[in-house]
Design a protein around this ligand. Sequence first.
Ligand SMILES: Nc1nc2c(ncn2[C@@H]2O[C@H](COP(=O)(O)OP(=O)(O)OP(=O)(O)O)[C@@H](O)[C@H]2O)c(=O)[nH]1
Ligand SMILES: [Mg+2]
Length: 466
Amino acid sequence: MVLSALSNRVGGAAGAVTGLFADPVVRLGVTGLSRAGKTVFITSLVANLFHSGRMSQLRSAATVQIQSTFLQPQPDDTVARFEYERNLDALLAAILSWPDGAKTISQLRWSFRLAPSGMLSALSLPRMLHLDIVDYLGEWLLDIGLLDLSYEQWAAAALASAEKRREARAFYALLSGVDGSAPFDDVTASGLAVAYAGYLQQARRAGFSNLTSSRFLLLGELAGSLVLTFAPLLIGEAGKGSFQAEMKRRFEAYKSKIVKPFFRDHFAKLDRQIVLVDLLKSLADGPDAVADMERAMGAVLVAFRPGRRGFLKEVLRRKRIDRILFAASKADHLHHLHNPALTAMVEALTQSARDKARFRGALTAAMSIAAMRSTAEMELSSDGHALPGEKGLEKFGGKTIGFYPGEFPNSSASVLYQARSDSLDWDSGLFADQNSAPSQLSLAPGVGPPHIRLDKAVEFLIGDLL
Ligand SMILES: Nc1nc2c(ncn2[C@@H]2O[C@H](COP(=O)(O)OP(=O)(O)OP(=O)(O)O)[C@@H](O)[C@H]2O)c(=O)[nH]1
Ligand SMILES: [Mg+2]
């Protein structure tokens, strides 16, 4: 591929686009549970395509010359723009920090002017390709499962998982005083909803992933609205006007006013998808977190294989996502010797879902990547033994430290078996994830931020379109 004259003009380049409406538009969804690495992925992806010196694995564009790339005003009036410049500044600033968490969906339109190179160059004209990159929370995909559940079924399942968790104690204390057959009252409803949201947020911090209803995790501008003021109850006999009947009505409103519009207006328009998974954090959080992450992945993946009937089938019509990449993020927290084991683990975690998606005609792959490499490898020693470690900046304090995360488990099958069976001898117990600050970058001309296999990921996701 010849990448020449890469420009990073923003917005003003819109005039350079001819035949805007006829040019192909490809929509790439970037998702993953909260903090999985979506913002860093998009920011590094765009920066590395503007300055593509580190993208040597982007092979399929060998016959194409990218004459220019530029960001454009994005096409949807009601969707926030992904703040590429602000996020890049955060990564490159003197006081290093990672970007803030997102509260809503955002997107970026990025356009390429492509021309055939080599022998073909005289035969065809340059063409335009627009790539819309859509950043949305993976938790929203978990909600697809709610559409098939009645309030009673959801409440039973939500309480069954909350029951064993310490984080749910305050919610349970409140729930025990609620009589579902009593007349509805607002004060109890909002107290219960706040306690339920508090439980979900704490459970997420403790490493749990499979948490519904997802909008309770990040309340945003809907905080306090009726669609977010409900909670699961211990189901009993309850008539019209009762507390339980109103909770049920609000649960149905959540499905129709929040869940369905997201799938109809955003998800159904995607062509390609990357699902980022922070497996290293789940491993460090322990067997419950790994098992819950596996359940969450299973639930997320339901969205990628719609059945023969039902809401999803109806909104997707004949359209479908034709490439899905599952990527374990932050692979720079591990020495490269352990990266194959991380890839094997994300492969194992998504195996059955990938098989089904493949069966439906989508191309799928699993990888481990670091969108922004913030560590360097180093050899540490312990009792005269060499250990494959990393060094990076401390998250707070800015000192460079050497780090050995522990023995990364080699057998994904045994980790998943132990996690699922709640086994007491958790081999991975010694593995601790690292959380460093981004490394100080001084980017040479023509190169984007350092990464691990970001180019391979992009090759899989859009290489065929270039
Ligand atoms: N070392 C390393 N850390 C990363 C990388 N990508 C993300 N991180 C870390 O993960 C955190 C979350 O990354 P984000 O990109 O903000 O994650 P997100 O999925 O957009 O998070 P939300 O918007 O809150 O859902 C960052 O603050 C970093 O600490 C990476 O490639 N390498
Ligand atoms: Mg984000």
